[in-house]
Ligand binder design. Structure first.
Ligand code: GL7
Length: 817
């Protein structure tokens, strides 16, 4: 760690060592001699938290006393990653920690490794929320992250003997969590069920059951901003702890029933990615955290007031709805204003519509949540009444605005028909003040296709905010070698707060000495990853091969199948002698992906990749030339090793399907070149880094649409490209299933008859671009020049910039004064 890059705290290493000793004694009850690395981790975390305490309290006071509108980021997922390194960096205690821990006789790496990574998110959406709260704090904007403290995060992935994915529960709270502060005094009651009755001319909800929502607070320290915000995650508990009477009658299970029902609400994160499960429990979760959070905001901003003036609520806080998951918060705020505070409908509506904004994160129709009216009526009968009234009001407004009856009908929030349902995206688009997509192309497609009617009638609502990633975690912490080189190249470390400064690296791409240093950093990162992969997974990886990486959820639209078919075709080329072994660029192809447990074809693709790896990696004919590795249980920690080590990044989704992608940004910032389609944020990355420094292939959105319209026949492509045919035939004939032709039959049949995401149609173009990639890779100086140009031009993809865009286009607020 260079002196240049670490912000300073006045604490010395010796003092910090004393603080750790103190925590070992008073919180862990062990001597330094008895302590294990995990004890030291908890002690250090507790000590860092204390350093942040004053700033945390001051930030809250300034927020409540000042008049800067705060942001409430409502999200069902926050995929935070490990906290200790980040907290040390942001509190300027990194060097002191390293020295103190060594003084106590421990290895800092072992201590930070002892932290268990909380997996409270599925993928990009949850990680984006974590980057955003980091940036909000770093920019000094008063903000809360509001979500759920799931007891079980995303499942822990294992592979069995046959290469199939096995899901294991991730009980992360069996380990000590020194970061979360549980605050029993600031609980909220959240109610469900029952009925709505008429009393004195008023609609009154008589719920049938309630749960206690208890906040667990996590500090969110800003980088060099002196501000510490709050991530408030709710835990569900029962009010009726235990029914002794029932217990005494020996009905043990019945005695804990209410408790079990209540606590189930915050028990598991749904392991779904993009597709929704129509589960009652999921709606309970959504209402649970939306309701608790809105009540909490009222408590925070109107302390000790029985009759607060909530017409000022939109000046105190605005809520960002992270996808449709918290949209039930809209009727909830209406209900609170109408029923709990006695406002009339129009006043309540006026407050509500100024309070919420909605971000859509998808283009897949199945990912736009729709809840059956029957389910909402059962769980939240008063909310269903309110939603119906919102729908009626909307229909009347629409009838005033347009004569197009078909359009009015299409836009219904509450559909009729066999299973009347509520479209949460429509509710959010009507009631939200702003609606945004997450990349230019995505926002355009929302306007042109997914939410077209809404954008036609309410064009001013719609805007774009391109996603971003935090350079603190994904550059400074993950890639200290590159960070130091950048600081050296720029002569300052200010780029960590103003990532556009990376632009000044561009001339250095022509400086051969700098390019060589850059190449050395990449090589060191490859060795680091290879060591990690050996240690954790037992893989043998040759660091002199090209590291070619595809990490993301396993989904058909992302097209891991395209990558693995190309690997198989290359394998076949070598085996058949069509390609001379000495002409092959040695590659290690690295996959990381979890599949939703119920997603049959995705899980089969995982199995195929694992078995292709098994065959290829054990075949002496390709040894040293082609290798496939698939580290299981891909998570933030693996990402932090792998992204800095990667040279070629695969972003090969079918055009028009990936809303944005965020790993593409992390890779470009860490000096990988991208092979990708014109999809999501790839488009903007390519615009910025330049077409010459990006490997583009495949159909465009328009071409894809045309092909759907004309009728797509994948078999035609299978017949036309002998390499593709050979690859698919190998899968079909059992090359990767010990001769068994049934194992992958469903996958093969899907490719040849459906192939909804047009993997086969893009295959030939994908192969051609891979040849270009190999040619360039042969000239390492040129390759690394292009990689540096990628880094230099990716500063735009900082989540700080995303947040600035939100402040200006959506939230209309700024840093605390
Ligand atoms: C996602 C999109 O699929 C992804 O492209 C985007 O980068 C991310 C953050 O905006 O949101 N939408 C979604 O439901 N998940 C995503 O990762 C799970």
């Amino acid at each position: 760690m260079t002196e240049l890059t670490a912000p300073k705290s006045s604490v010395t290493a010796a003092q910090f060592a004393d603080e750790i000793r103190n925590e070992l004694k008073y919180t862990q009850g062990v001597t330094p001699e008895q302590a294990k690395p995990a004890d030291v981790y908890v002690a250090a975390a507790t000590a860092v938290r204390k350093h942040l305490m004053d700033s945390w309290m001051k930030t809250q006071q300034d927020m409540i006393n000042g008049n800067t509108k705060a942001v409430g980021y409502l999200s069902a997922e926050f995929l935070m990653g490990k906290q200790l390194r980040n907290a040390l960096l942001n509190s300027g205690l990194t060097e002191q920690f390293e020295a103190a821990v060594k003084e106590l006789g421990f290895d800092p790496q072992q201590v930070t490794d002892a932290e268990y990574e909380p997996g409270l998110g599925n993928g990009g959406l949850g990680r984006l929320a974590a980057c955003f709260i980091d940036s909000l704090a770093s920019l000094g904007v008063p903000a809360f992250g509001y979500g759920i403290q799931y007891r079980y995060g995303i499942f822990r992935q294992e592979f069995d003997e046959e290469g199939r994915q096995i899901e294991r529960p991730d009980y992360w709270l069996t380990n000590e969590d020194p970061w979360g502060h549980i605050d029993y005094e600031r609980d909220q009651r959240v109610s469900f069920g029952g009925e709505v009755v008429e009393e004195d001319g008023k609609r009154v909800w008589k719920p049938s059951w309630s749960v206690r929502a208890i906040p667990v607070d996590y500090m969110v320290p800003g980088y060099e901003s002196g501000r510490v915000n709050t991530l408030r995650l709710w835990q569900a508990r029962s009010y009726d702890e235990f029914d002794l009477l029932t217990f005494n009658k020996s009905e043990y299970l019945d005695a804990v029933k209410p408790q079990v029902k209540a606590e189930n609400i915050s028990k598991i994160l749904y392991p779904e990615d993009s597709t929704e499960v129509g589960k009652e429990l999921r709606l309970e979760q959504q209402y649970f955290f939306a309701s608790a959070s809105i009540h909490d905001a009222i408590r925070v901003f109107y302390p000790n007031q029985d009759k607060p003036d909530l017409t000022t609520f939109p000046d105190k806080i605005c809520f960002q709805l992270n996808d449709t998951h918290p949209v039930i918060g809209i009727p909830e705020l209406m209900r609170i204003l109408l029923d709990e505070y006695g406002y009339d409908w129009d006043t309540a509506w006026n407050i509500t519509t100024k309070t919420f904004n909605y971000t859509c994160h998808t283009l897949l129709p199945e990912a736009l949540e729709v809840w059956p009216v029957a389910l909402i009526s059962k769980l939240l009968p008063r909310h269903m009444e309110i939603i119906n009234k919102i729908n009626d009001q909307f229909m009347h407004e629409l009838e005033e605005m347009t004569d197009d009856e078909a359009k009015v009908e299409r836009m219904r929030i509450v559909t009729d028909g066999d299973t009347p349902s509520v479209r949460m995206a429509y509710l959010a688009s009507y009631a939200g003040e702003h609606v945004n997509g997450v990349a230019e192309l995505h926002s355009q497609l929302l306007k042109d296709v997914t939410l077209r009617d809404f954008s036609d009638l309410f064009p001013k609502k719609f805007t774009n905010v391109t996603n971003g990633v935090t350079p603190r975690r994904f550059m400074k912490l993950a890639n200290p070698g590159l960070s130091d080189l950048i600081t050296e190249g720029l002569g300052t470390d200010k780029w960590l707060e103003d990532l556009e400064l990376l632009k000044n690296l561009e001339p250095l791409a022509q400086d051969d000495e700098f390019v060589k240093k850059f190449a050395q950093v990449k090589y060191d990162n490859k060795i680091k990853f290879a060591d990690f992969a050996k240690r954790e997974y037992g893989f043998d990886i040759d660091s002199s091969t090209m590291f070619d990486t595809m990490i993301k959820r396993l989904h058909e639209y992302k097209r891991q199948a395209l990558k693995i078919l190309e690997v198989i075709a290359t394998y076949a080329d070598i085996k058949s002698g069509k390609v001379k072994i000495e002409d092959v660029t040695p590659r290690t192809v690295i996959f990381g992906a979890k599949a939703a447990p119920g997603y049959y074809l995705a899980k089969m693709t995982i199995q195929l990749i694992n078995n292709v790896a098994k065959v290829i990696n054990n075949d002496p004919d390709v040894m040293g030339k082609l290798k496939v590795v698939f580290p299981w249980n891909y998570n933030i920690r693996v990402a932090q090793y792998l992204i800095p080590a990667t040279e070629l990044d695969e972003q090969i989704s079918q055009a028009g399907k990936e809303a944005s992608g965020t790993s593409n940004m992390k890779f470009a910032l860490n000096g990988a070149l991208t092979v990708g389609t014109l999809d999501g944020a790839n488009v903007e990355i390519r615009e910025r880094v330049g077409a010459d420094n990006f490997f583009l292939f495949g159909m465009t959105v328009d071409e894809v649409e045309k092909m759907y319209a004309d009728g797509y026949d994948p078999a035609k492509y299978y017949e036309a490209d002998p390499r593709l045919k050979a690859a698919i035939d190998m899968v079909a004939k059992g090359t990767f299933s010990d001769g068994d032709e049934d194992t992958y039959a469903p996958l093969v049949s899907d490719w040849l008859t459906k192939d909804w995401f047009m993997t086969l149609a893009d295959f030939t173009a994908y192969h051609d671009i891979q040849s270009e990639i190999e040619t360039l890779y042969g000239d390492q100086l040129e390759w690394n020049r292009k990689a540096i140009i990628n880094v230099a031009n990716s500063g735009y993809f900082s989540s700080d910039r995303s947040i600035e865009d939100y402040l200006e286009r959506v939230w209309m607020t700024g840093p605390l004064k």
